[in-house]
Design a protein around this ligand. Structure first.
Ligand code: ADP
Ligand code: ZN
Length: 432
């Protein structure tokens, strides 16, 4: 039933395994210049860990720490033992690099294969990987995982929708790995080009790599007649394959035999109460070349309380509501782009893309939301359009507590990037 029996391991045994692996990873990490100094300063070593809960005694690692020690400061092995590097996409500034030994790559491929198996992908499937290859981990990460599972793997890469569709039809592709914002765009294209999704061979979409709402998932599912599963990962923790949805589609199991996940209050650094939202902190348990301890992901989520009906014992995290860095402050109010997406994607008139613009009017910061409207609602009746515009603005106001300007645009008129969507454009610096 499981890809690996560790998925159903009794919690006590799982936590004992974590504690044992944590002690070992501390020893390995101490071989890197960075952690050697950090652990010394904090007065901790592997003997500080009796249970996995003692992880709280270890210092945090931040993205700034990785940048300050770029590129080799966290390597725990000589450089000639490494065979690959990846870099984060640099969504929030200077990228960071992560290095893998052959054994790290093997373990990552196993986790990725396990993740895909969890939501029903099997070796008989043909998997098309529609994310960019290269330094981004979503390319080779998914690729090697898919091969490890035994799927025939189509390394299509990003973009070029018509070609993607041709490959899918030619090779009977049953699983697609696709970034959610691109999935919406892709679904629209499929429709525009006159295909009936029911005639297409696909059955599963693995969507992840960027925040998206439950309604976005539902849209992808409905538009493509497919099942879509959430995939979470970050390059500092290898890449994809860190947490993955099972067929219950209710939260992502974090692979706790390979990672320790904690959720903290970002201000105090203390653990939040079970079920509360906070910042996800992750520790690699099995990585050899470049272990990372208590990494502050800046991603906001919560543990979903209770057991999963699928029987896996690894805890589930909820969908990421946003990154701490995504937070916008407009007129003194904190706003996350996902709050806006939540409202928009639940409205049937709204098309597949939107863009948030921040601008200055006088001395006031303002927010404008450009919203693509589906063709059938983009009518010539001005009053109907104005009514829609008002309704969107008022729904958004109820959610974000600030009234945004709403601009309605035709479908496909907001440029679509091939990689992760850029949802917010800040025009304030370029204006007086
Ligand atoms: P970057 O930090 O430059 O975007 P990565 O490519 O490593 O680099 O991206 C990892 C980040 O992508 C995560 O920290 C998270 O913010 C986001 N992410 C990945 N998967 C998901 C997901 N399923 N849902 C929401 N956000 C995700
Ligand atoms: Zn489950």
């Amino acid at each position: 039933m499981y890809y690996d029996k560790v998925e159903g391991l009794d919690r006590k045994e799982l936590e004992a395994l974590q504690a044992e692996r944590l002690r070992k990873v501390i020893e390995r990490a101490s071989c890197s210049p960075y952690y050697k100094e950090q652990f010394k300063a904090a007065g901790v070593d592997s003997s500080s860990i009796k249970t996995v809960d003692d992880i709280r005694r270890l210092p945090f690692t931040t993205k700034d720490d990785l940048r300050a020690n770029y590129p080799y400061g966290l390597l725990a092995k000589p450089l000639d033992e490494f065979v690959r590097l990846h870099a984060s996409s640099g969504t929030t500034g200077t990228p960071t690099a992560v290095f893998y030994t052959q054994s790290d790559l093997d373990k990552w491929a196993d986790l990725m294969a396990r993740s895909m198996h969890t939501c029903g992908v099997r070796k008989t499937d043909v998997l098309q990987n529609m994310s960019g290859y290269g330094l981004f981990t979503g390319g080779l990460g998914i690729h090697y995982g898919s091969e490890r599972l035994g799927c025939l793997t189509v390394p299509a890469g990003a973009g070029n929708t018509s070609r993607q569709i041709k490959l899918i039809k030619d090779f009977n592709v049953s699983v697609m790995h696709i970034i959610p914002s691109f999935a919406l765009y892709f679904a629209q294209k499929v429709q525009d080009e006159g295909y009936d999704p029911k005639d297409m061979p696909w059955r599963i979409a693995l969507i992840g790599a960027e925040p998206h709402t439950e309604d976005t998932r539902k849209r992808v599912e409905e538009l493509l007649c497919i099942k879509a599963y959430n995939s979470y990962g970050l390059s500092e923790m290898n890449g994809p394959g860190v947490a993955f949805e099972c067929t219950e589609q209710n939260g992502m199991h974090v692979w706790e035999d390979s990672y320790v996940a904690e959720i903290i209050d970002p201000n105090t650094g203390e653990h939040v109460k079970e079920g509360e939202i906070g910042e996800l902190v992750m520790t690699t348990l099995t990585r050899e070349g470049m272990p990372i301890i208590r990494y502050r992901t800046r991603d906001l989520t919560r543990f979903i309380p209770g057991d999963c009906p699928c029987g896996r014992t690894h805890r589930r995290i909820d969908r990421i509501t946003g990154r701490a860095d995504d937070m916008l402050i407009i007129k003194g109010v904190n706003i996350y782009p996902m709050q806006i997406e939540k409202i928009l994607m639940a409205m049937p008139e709204v098309g597949q893309n939107y863009l948030i613009e921040l601008f200055c009017e006088g001395y006031m910061d303002q927010i404008r939301v450009k919203v693509e409207v589906k063709d059938e609602f983009f009518v010539e009746d001005m009053r109907a359009l104005q009514g829609l515009q008002k309704r969107i603005a008022s729904k958004l106001r109820d959610e974000i507590l600030v009234t945004p300007r709403v601009e309605l645009v035709m479908h496909n008129s907001i440029p679509k990037s091939e990689g992760k969507a850029k949802r917010v454009v800040d025009l304030r610096e370029s204006e007086d």
